[in-house]
Design a protein. Structure first.
Length: 118
């Protein structure tokens, strides 16, 4: 399975972006999908996840501003980002995880740069 992330760019503080992550195959088989981000010199951190059943989880820093969703028919994961702040600047990666017999198989997209600056 290949994941292709897109939608990043340069935006002013307070602006919005929507990231997309298209999978080469069906995403219905993935137990959890999510977005992570990595700022320069920092570790990769969780932003948001969504389960096959639609349950969501967010990092405290993005709650109320970001919304994760998935469209199984389009094999696409989304991240709607509103009220963006300079500290949201990072490379954003999509992730898909499948749990089989207690073993997790992780798949990563290539990353898309988000820069929030005036």
């Amino acid at each position: 399975v290949q994941l292709q992330a897109s939608g990043g760019g340069l935006v002013q503080p307070g602006g919005s972006l929507r990231l997309s992550c298209v999978a080469s195959g069906s995403i219905f088989s993935f137990d959890v999908m999510g977005w992570y981000r990595q700022a320069p010199g920092k570790q990769r951190d969780l932003v948001a996840t969504i389960t096959r059943g639609g349950s969501t989880n967010y990092a405290d820093s993005v709650k109320g501003r970001f919304t994760i969703s998935r469209d199984n028919a389009k094999n696409t994961l989304y991240l709607q980002m509103n009220s963006l702040k300079p500290e949201d600047t990072a490379v954003y990666y999509c992730n898909a995880a499948r749990y089989i017999n207690g073993v997790v198989n992780n798949y990563w997209g290539q990353g898309t740069q988000v820069t929030v600056s005036s």
